[in-house]
Unconditional design. Structure first.
Lengths: 212, 221
Protein backbone atom coordinates (compact mmCIF):
# COMPACT_ATOMS: atom_id res chain seq x y z
CA UNK A 1 0.00 0.00 0.00
CA UNK A 2 1.49 3.24 -0.99
CA UNK A 3 1.44 5.81 1.64
CA UNK A 4 -0.68 8.81 0.94
CA UNK A 5 1.56 11.77 1.26
CA UNK A 6 -0.19 14.80 2.50
CA UNK A 7 1.02 18.03 1.02
CA UNK A 8 3.18 19.73 3.61
CA UNK A 9 1.96 23.19 4.28
CA UNK A 10 4.02 25.90 5.80
CA UNK A 11 2.63 26.51 9.31
CA UNK A 12 1.30 29.90 8.60
CA UNK A 13 -1.64 31.31 10.54
CA UNK A 14 -3.89 33.66 8.72
CA UNK A 15 -3.82 36.86 10.71
CA UNK A 16 -6.50 38.67 8.74
CA UNK A 17 -9.52 37.87 11.00
CA UNK A 18 -7.46 38.80 14.03
CA UNK A 19 -6.55 42.11 12.48
CA UNK A 20 -10.21 42.69 11.66
CA UNK A 21 -11.27 42.08 15.25
CA UNK A 22 -8.57 44.33 16.59
CA UNK A 23 -9.55 47.05 14.17
CA UNK A 24 -13.14 46.90 15.38
CA UNK A 25 -12.12 47.06 19.05
CA UNK A 26 -9.71 49.88 18.32
CA UNK A 27 -12.32 51.91 16.48
CA UNK A 28 -14.80 51.36 19.29
CA UNK A 29 -12.31 52.47 21.93
CA UNK A 30 -11.27 55.50 19.94
CA UNK A 31 -14.84 56.64 19.47
CA UNK A 32 -15.93 56.13 23.05
CA UNK A 33 -12.74 57.39 24.63
CA UNK A 34 -12.85 60.17 27.12
CA UNK A 35 -9.37 60.73 28.31
CA UNK A 36 -8.74 60.10 31.93
CA UNK A 37 -7.56 63.25 33.58
CA UNK A 38 -4.44 63.19 35.61
CA UNK A 39 -5.27 64.79 38.89
CA UNK A 40 -2.68 66.62 40.97
CA UNK A 41 -3.42 64.32 43.87
CA UNK A 42 -4.60 60.75 43.86
CA UNK A 43 -8.00 60.42 45.42
CA UNK A 44 -9.79 57.20 46.31
CA UNK A 45 -13.42 58.17 46.28
CA UNK A 46 -15.69 56.44 48.80
CA UNK A 47 -18.37 54.05 47.66
CA UNK A 48 -22.09 54.62 47.51
CA UNK A 49 -25.14 53.07 45.90
CA UNK A 50 -25.99 56.21 43.99
CA UNK A 51 -26.40 55.62 40.26
CA UNK A 52 -26.59 59.20 39.16
CA UNK A 53 -23.84 59.99 36.67
CA UNK A 54 -21.70 63.10 36.97
CA UNK A 55 -23.06 65.93 34.86
CA UNK A 56 -20.91 66.95 31.90
CA UNK A 57 -21.27 70.69 32.18
CA UNK A 58 -21.86 73.48 34.63
CA UNK A 59 -19.93 71.93 37.44
CA UNK A 60 -17.10 73.03 39.62
CA UNK A 61 -15.33 70.17 41.27
CA UNK A 62 -13.45 70.51 44.50
CA UNK A 63 -10.81 67.89 44.87
CA UNK A 64 -9.89 67.40 48.49
CA UNK A 65 -6.79 65.30 48.91
CA UNK A 66 -6.13 63.09 51.90
CA UNK A 67 -3.74 65.71 53.32
CA UNK A 68 -6.43 68.38 53.20
CA UNK A 69 -5.18 70.29 50.15
CA UNK A 70 -7.98 71.70 48.04
CA UNK A 71 -7.90 71.77 44.27
CA UNK A 72 -10.55 73.15 41.99
CA UNK A 73 -11.68 72.38 38.48
CA UNK A 74 -14.48 73.82 36.39
CA UNK A 75 -15.70 73.09 32.91
CA UNK A 76 -15.67 75.41 29.98
CA UNK A 77 -19.42 75.42 29.51
CA UNK A 78 -21.75 73.32 27.34
CA UNK A 79 -20.42 75.04 24.23
CA UNK A 80 -16.87 76.04 23.35
CA UNK A 81 -18.13 79.54 22.64
CA UNK A 82 -18.90 80.13 26.31
CA UNK A 83 -15.26 80.08 27.38
CA UNK A 84 -16.08 80.07 31.07
CA UNK A 85 -12.61 79.13 32.24
CA UNK A 86 -10.72 82.14 30.85
CA UNK A 87 -13.52 84.42 32.02
CA UNK A 88 -13.29 83.06 35.53
CA UNK A 89 -9.53 83.61 35.52
CA UNK A 90 -9.97 87.15 34.25
CA UNK A 91 -12.50 87.86 36.99
CA UNK A 92 -10.10 86.44 39.57
CA UNK A 93 -7.34 88.64 38.15
CA UNK A 94 -9.51 91.72 38.50
CA UNK A 95 -10.07 91.05 42.16
CA UNK A 96 -6.42 90.50 42.96
CA UNK A 97 -5.09 93.25 40.67
CA UNK A 98 -3.52 90.92 38.16
CA UNK A 99 -3.69 91.30 34.42
CA UNK A 100 -3.65 88.04 32.51
CA UNK A 101 -2.61 88.08 28.87
CA UNK A 102 -4.58 86.28 26.18
CA UNK A 103 -1.90 83.62 25.95
CA UNK A 104 -2.12 82.99 29.68
CA UNK A 105 -5.87 82.75 29.53
CA UNK A 106 -5.66 80.30 26.69
CA UNK A 107 -3.16 78.28 28.69
CA UNK A 108 -5.57 78.21 31.64
CA UNK A 109 -8.42 77.17 29.39
CA UNK A 110 -6.40 74.27 28.07
CA UNK A 111 -5.17 73.05 31.43
CA UNK A 112 -6.90 69.69 31.68
CA UNK A 113 -7.06 68.90 35.35
CA UNK A 114 -7.74 70.44 38.73
CA UNK A 115 -5.59 73.33 39.82
CA UNK A 116 -4.56 74.32 43.29
CA UNK A 117 -2.35 77.33 42.73
CA UNK A 118 -2.35 80.46 44.88
CA UNK A 119 -3.44 83.27 42.60
CA UNK A 120 -0.21 85.21 43.05
CA UNK A 121 1.77 82.32 41.56
CA UNK A 122 -0.71 81.75 38.76
CA UNK A 123 1.41 83.57 36.17
CA UNK A 124 4.51 81.49 36.85
CA UNK A 125 2.34 78.39 36.90
CA UNK A 126 0.85 79.13 33.49
CA UNK A 127 4.29 79.97 32.08
CA UNK A 128 5.44 76.45 32.91
CA UNK A 129 5.87 74.29 29.84
CA UNK A 130 5.57 70.81 31.29
CA UNK A 131 3.90 69.20 34.25
CA UNK A 132 7.36 68.94 35.79
CA UNK A 133 7.67 72.71 35.83
CA UNK A 134 4.08 73.21 36.92
CA UNK A 135 3.66 70.67 39.67
CA UNK A 136 5.65 72.57 42.34
CA UNK A 137 3.02 75.33 42.19
CA UNK A 138 0.17 72.91 42.90
CA UNK A 139 0.10 73.45 46.64
CA UNK A 140 -3.65 73.72 47.12
CA UNK A 141 -5.87 76.79 47.08
CA UNK A 142 -5.42 78.89 50.22
CA UNK A 143 -8.64 78.85 52.19
CA UNK A 144 -7.81 80.29 55.59
CA UNK A 145 -9.71 83.26 56.90
CA UNK A 146 -6.89 85.75 56.23
CA UNK A 147 -6.53 84.94 52.57
CA UNK A 148 -9.58 83.05 51.43
CA UNK A 149 -8.94 82.56 47.74
CA UNK A 150 -11.21 79.52 47.65
CA UNK A 151 -14.22 81.69 48.48
CA UNK A 152 -13.15 84.12 45.76
CA UNK A 153 -12.88 81.35 43.17
CA UNK A 154 -16.38 80.19 44.09
CA UNK A 155 -17.69 83.72 43.83
CA UNK A 156 -16.07 84.32 40.43
CA UNK A 157 -17.21 80.98 39.07
CA UNK A 158 -20.76 81.74 40.13
CA UNK A 159 -20.59 85.21 38.63
CA UNK A 160 -19.40 83.96 35.26
CA UNK A 161 -21.65 80.90 35.19
CA UNK A 162 -24.77 81.29 37.34
CA UNK A 163 -25.88 77.70 36.66
CA UNK A 164 -22.74 76.19 38.07
CA UNK A 165 -23.17 73.34 40.54
CA UNK A 166 -20.70 72.27 43.16
CA UNK A 167 -19.41 68.76 43.38
CA UNK A 168 -16.99 67.47 45.93
CA UNK A 169 -14.49 64.75 45.27
CA UNK A 170 -12.77 63.74 48.43
CA UNK A 171 -10.51 60.91 49.46
CA UNK A 172 -12.16 58.58 51.93
CA UNK A 173 -9.31 59.28 54.34
CA UNK A 174 -9.60 63.06 54.18
CA UNK A 175 -10.12 64.40 57.70
CA UNK A 176 -13.59 65.80 58.02
CA UNK A 177 -12.63 69.36 59.07
CA UNK A 178 -10.93 69.85 55.67
CA UNK A 179 -14.17 68.93 53.93
CA UNK A 180 -16.17 71.03 56.35
CA UNK A 181 -14.05 74.06 55.45
CA UNK A 182 -14.99 73.71 51.78
CA UNK A 183 -18.65 73.09 52.66
CA UNK A 184 -18.66 76.18 54.87
CA UNK A 185 -17.16 78.29 52.12
CA UNK A 186 -19.80 77.09 49.70
CA UNK A 187 -22.59 77.68 52.19
CA UNK A 188 -21.34 81.20 52.80
CA UNK A 189 -21.92 81.77 49.11
CA UNK A 190 -25.46 80.36 49.49
CA UNK A 191 -24.78 77.04 47.81
CA UNK A 192 -26.58 74.42 49.85
CA UNK A 193 -26.82 71.63 47.31
CA UNK A 194 -23.78 69.52 46.64
CA UNK A 195 -22.89 66.48 44.68
CA UNK A 196 -20.48 64.07 46.26
CA UNK A 197 -18.45 62.09 43.77
CA UNK A 198 -18.48 58.41 44.64
CA UNK A 199 -17.80 55.06 43.07
CA UNK A 200 -20.63 52.66 42.53
CA UNK A 201 -21.16 49.83 44.96
CA UNK A 202 -23.99 47.36 45.06
CA UNK A 203 -26.08 47.12 48.20
CA UNK A 204 -29.39 45.41 48.29
CA UNK A 205 -31.91 45.07 51.02
CA UNK A 206 -34.88 42.92 50.42
CA UNK A 207 -38.32 42.62 51.89
CA UNK A 208 -37.53 39.61 54.09
CA UNK A 209 -34.71 41.41 55.80
CA UNK A 210 -37.06 44.16 56.94
CA UNK A 211 -39.79 41.81 58.03
CA UNK A 212 -37.46 39.89 60.29
CA UNK B 1 -7.27 30.56 -12.57
CA UNK B 2 -3.77 31.54 -11.70
CA UNK B 3 -2.92 28.04 -10.58
CA UNK B 4 -4.11 26.45 -13.80
CA UNK B 5 -1.91 28.72 -15.84
CA UNK B 6 1.03 27.86 -13.62
CA UNK B 7 0.53 24.15 -14.13
CA UNK B 8 0.39 24.50 -17.85
CA UNK B 9 3.62 26.40 -17.86
CA UNK B 10 5.19 23.72 -15.73
CA UNK B 11 4.27 21.10 -18.29
CA UNK B 12 5.84 23.14 -20.95
CA UNK B 13 9.20 22.40 -19.40
CA UNK B 14 10.12 26.04 -18.85
CA UNK B 15 11.90 26.54 -15.60
CA UNK B 16 10.38 29.37 -13.69
CA UNK B 17 10.23 30.18 -10.02
CA UNK B 18 6.92 29.07 -8.57
CA UNK B 19 4.67 32.02 -8.06
CA UNK B 20 3.24 32.25 -4.59
CA UNK B 21 0.01 34.06 -3.99
CA UNK B 22 1.01 37.45 -2.59
CA UNK B 23 1.07 36.93 1.14
CA UNK B 24 1.36 39.96 3.36
CA UNK B 25 2.83 39.39 6.76
CA UNK B 26 0.22 40.73 9.17
CA UNK B 27 2.21 40.25 12.35
CA UNK B 28 3.63 43.80 12.65
CA UNK B 29 0.15 45.18 12.06
CA UNK B 30 -1.26 42.98 14.80
CA UNK B 31 1.51 44.10 17.11
CA UNK B 32 0.78 47.71 16.42
CA UNK B 33 -2.94 47.27 16.99
CA UNK B 34 -2.33 45.46 20.25
CA UNK B 35 -0.23 48.37 21.37
CA UNK B 36 -2.86 50.94 20.41
CA UNK B 37 -5.64 48.99 22.09
CA UNK B 38 -3.63 48.70 25.27
CA UNK B 39 -2.94 52.43 25.19
CA UNK B 40 -6.59 53.32 24.73
CA UNK B 41 -7.77 50.88 27.37
CA UNK B 42 -5.41 52.35 29.91
CA UNK B 43 -6.16 55.98 29.19
CA UNK B 44 -9.91 55.70 28.83
CA UNK B 45 -12.11 56.48 31.78
CA UNK B 46 -14.74 53.86 31.17
CA UNK B 47 -17.02 54.02 34.13
CA UNK B 48 -18.10 57.55 34.73
CA UNK B 49 -17.95 58.54 38.34
CA UNK B 50 -21.29 58.64 40.10
CA UNK B 51 -22.53 61.46 42.26
CA UNK B 52 -24.64 61.51 45.36
CA UNK B 53 -26.69 64.60 45.94
CA UNK B 54 -26.96 66.15 49.35
CA UNK B 55 -28.66 69.29 50.51
CA UNK B 56 -27.39 70.89 53.67
CA UNK B 57 -29.65 73.01 55.84
CA UNK B 58 -29.23 76.70 55.24
CA UNK B 59 -27.09 78.55 57.69
CA UNK B 60 -29.25 80.35 60.16
CA UNK B 61 -28.16 83.96 60.26
CA UNK B 62 -30.56 84.92 62.97
CA UNK B 63 -30.25 82.38 65.80
CA UNK B 64 -33.44 83.60 67.45
CA UNK B 65 -35.51 82.21 64.62
CA UNK B 66 -37.20 79.09 65.81
CA UNK B 67 -36.78 75.91 63.85
CA UNK B 68 -39.84 73.82 63.28
CA UNK B 69 -40.26 71.53 66.22
CA UNK B 70 -39.92 67.81 65.67
CA UNK B 71 -41.21 65.25 68.09
CA UNK B 72 -38.23 64.40 70.23
CA UNK B 73 -39.06 60.72 70.37
CA UNK B 74 -38.43 60.43 66.66
CA UNK B 75 -35.00 62.01 66.91
CA UNK B 76 -31.98 59.86 66.19
CA UNK B 77 -28.60 61.50 66.60
CA UNK B 78 -25.78 59.78 64.81
CA UNK B 79 -22.27 60.94 65.59
CA UNK B 80 -19.30 60.04 63.43
CA UNK B 81 -16.48 59.37 65.83
CA UNK B 82 -12.71 59.03 65.50
CA UNK B 83 -11.06 55.83 64.14
CA UNK B 84 -14.13 54.91 62.04
CA UNK B 85 -16.28 54.52 65.14
CA UNK B 86 -19.90 55.43 65.16
CA UNK B 87 -22.19 56.46 68.01
CA UNK B 88 -25.81 57.27 68.44
CA UNK B 89 -28.26 58.45 71.05
CA UNK B 90 -32.01 58.98 70.82
CA UNK B 91 -33.89 62.15 71.58
CA UNK B 92 -32.04 65.28 72.57
CA UNK B 93 -29.98 66.60 75.44
CA UNK B 94 -31.84 69.26 77.36
CA UNK B 95 -30.08 72.49 78.36
CA UNK B 96 -30.57 71.82 82.07
CA UNK B 97 -28.82 68.48 81.58
CA UNK B 98 -25.71 69.61 79.77
CA UNK B 99 -25.36 72.73 81.85
CA UNK B 100 -25.12 70.49 84.89
CA UNK B 101 -22.68 68.17 83.16
CA UNK B 102 -25.10 65.31 82.88
CA UNK B 103 -24.52 63.61 79.58
CA UNK B 104 -26.57 60.68 78.34
CA UNK B 105 -24.31 57.77 77.35
CA UNK B 106 -23.66 57.13 73.69
CA UNK B 107 -24.32 53.74 72.18
CA UNK B 108 -21.71 52.40 69.83
CA UNK B 109 -22.59 51.22 66.33
CA UNK B 110 -20.61 50.17 63.32
CA UNK B 111 -20.97 50.68 59.59
CA UNK B 112 -21.86 47.07 58.86
CA UNK B 113 -25.24 45.70 57.80
CA UNK B 114 -25.89 44.50 61.34
CA UNK B 115 -24.92 47.80 62.93
CA UNK B 116 -26.32 51.10 61.85
CA UNK B 117 -28.41 49.58 59.07
CA UNK B 118 -30.24 47.35 61.52
CA UNK B 119 -31.00 50.30 63.77
CA UNK B 120 -32.22 52.51 60.95
CA UNK B 121 -34.34 49.81 59.35
CA UNK B 122 -35.82 49.06 62.73
CA UNK B 123 -36.79 52.69 63.27
CA UNK B 124 -37.89 53.13 59.70
CA UNK B 125 -39.88 49.89 59.34
CA UNK B 126 -43.07 51.23 57.84
CA UNK B 127 -41.46 53.40 55.22
CA UNK B 128 -38.75 50.90 54.33
CA UNK B 129 -41.38 48.21 53.81
CA UNK B 130 -43.43 50.50 51.59
CA UNK B 131 -40.39 51.29 49.46
CA UNK B 132 -39.28 47.67 49.28
CA UNK B 133 -42.77 46.54 48.29
CA UNK B 134 -42.88 49.21 45.62
CA UNK B 135 -39.50 48.13 44.24
CA UNK B 136 -40.63 44.51 44.37
CA UNK B 137 -43.69 45.32 42.28
CA UNK B 138 -41.51 47.04 39.70
CA UNK B 139 -39.05 44.15 39.45
CA UNK B 140 -41.90 41.65 39.16
CA UNK B 141 -43.29 43.69 36.31
CA UNK B 142 -46.61 44.54 37.93
CA UNK B 143 -45.85 48.20 37.53
CA UNK B 144 -44.23 49.46 34.40
CA UNK B 145 -42.60 52.80 35.01
CA UNK B 146 -39.66 54.74 33.73
CA UNK B 147 -36.60 55.14 35.93
CA UNK B 148 -37.51 58.78 36.59
CA UNK B 149 -41.02 58.05 37.78
CA UNK B 150 -39.73 55.23 39.99
CA UNK B 151 -37.42 57.67 41.71
CA UNK B 152 -40.20 60.24 41.87
CA UNK B 153 -42.60 57.78 43.48
CA UNK B 154 -40.02 56.80 46.07
CA UNK B 155 -39.39 60.45 46.82
CA UNK B 156 -43.12 60.94 47.31
CA UNK B 157 -43.33 57.93 49.62
CA UNK B 158 -40.52 59.46 51.66
CA UNK B 159 -42.04 62.92 51.93
CA UNK B 160 -45.50 61.56 52.79
CA UNK B 161 -44.12 59.43 55.56
CA UNK B 162 -44.70 60.56 59.12
CA UNK B 163 -43.56 57.53 61.10
CA UNK B 164 -39.88 57.32 60.30
CA UNK B 165 -37.05 58.71 62.38
CA UNK B 166 -35.63 62.19 62.09
CA UNK B 167 -31.93 61.52 61.74
CA UNK B 168 -29.38 64.16 62.61
CA UNK B 169 -25.86 63.40 61.50
CA UNK B 170 -23.00 65.04 63.27
CA UNK B 171 -19.29 64.69 62.71
CA UNK B 172 -16.70 64.73 65.45
CA UNK B 173 -13.58 66.60 64.40
CA UNK B 174 -11.54 63.42 63.96
CA UNK B 175 -14.01 61.75 61.62
CA UNK B 176 -13.06 61.37 57.98
CA UNK B 177 -14.83 62.05 54.73
CA UNK B 178 -15.35 58.36 53.99
CA UNK B 179 -17.45 58.03 57.14
CA UNK B 180 -19.56 60.97 56.04
CA UNK B 181 -20.31 59.44 52.65
CA UNK B 182 -20.89 56.02 54.22
CA UNK B 183 -23.53 57.33 56.59
CA UNK B 184 -25.30 59.33 53.89
CA UNK B 185 -25.25 56.23 51.74
CA UNK B 186 -26.78 54.28 54.60
CA UNK B 187 -29.63 56.83 54.69
CA UNK B 188 -30.30 56.11 51.03
CA UNK B 189 -30.08 52.35 51.49
CA UNK B 190 -32.52 52.38 54.39
CA UNK B 191 -34.81 54.86 52.67
CA UNK B 192 -34.77 57.40 55.47
CA UNK B 193 -37.12 60.20 54.53
CA UNK B 194 -35.83 62.89 56.80
CA UNK B 195 -32.20 63.34 57.64
CA UNK B 196 -29.87 66.25 57.85
CA UNK B 197 -26.30 67.04 58.54
CA UNK B 198 -25.80 69.50 61.36
CA UNK B 199 -22.85 70.92 63.23
CA UNK B 200 -21.77 69.06 66.31
CA UNK B 201 -22.38 70.83 69.61
CA UNK B 202 -19.85 71.14 72.41
CA UNK B 203 -21.73 68.80 74.70
CA UNK B 204 -21.90 66.15 72.00
CA UNK B 205 -18.16 66.43 71.49
CA UNK B 206 -17.78 65.86 75.19
CA UNK B 207 -20.05 62.83 74.97
CA UNK B 208 -17.84 61.37 72.25
CA UNK B 209 -14.77 62.03 74.34
CA UNK B 210 -16.32 60.23 77.28
CA UNK B 211 -17.37 57.31 75.09
CA UNK B 212 -13.92 56.94 73.56
CA UNK B 213 -12.25 57.29 76.95
CA UNK B 214 -10.43 60.53 76.10
CA UNK B 215 -12.02 62.32 79.02
CA UNK B 216 -12.68 60.41 82.18
CA UNK B 217 -16.25 60.73 83.41
CA UNK B 218 -14.98 62.04 86.73
CA UNK B 219 -13.19 64.98 85.14
CA UNK B 220 -16.22 65.82 83.01
CA UNK B 221 -18.36 66.24 86.03
Amino acid sequence: MPKIKLPTKSPRIDMTPMVDTFAVILTFLMLTATMRQTEPATVDTPFSISEKPTPDFNTMTFLIAADGKVFMNMDNGPDTAFKFRPKILEEMGNRYGLEFSDAEKREFEKFPSSMGVPIMQMKQFLAGKSSKERDPFQVGIPADSLDNQLAMWILCARQVNPNIQASIKGDSKTPFPAVKKVLDNLQDKKINKFMLVTSLEAAEINLEEIQQ
Amino acid sequence: MAEIIQEEKGKGGKKKAKKHPPHIDMTPMVDLMCLLITFFMLTTAFAKAKVMEIVLPEKIENPDEQRSAVAESRNVNIILGPDNRLFWYPGAVKPEEYNNNIFPPLQELDYSATGVRQLLLDKNKTLARKIAEFRDKVTRGELVLTQDSILGSIKKLKSDDDTGPFVQIKAYKEANYGNFVDILDEMNICGIGRYMFVDITWYEEKMVEIATGKTAIASAK
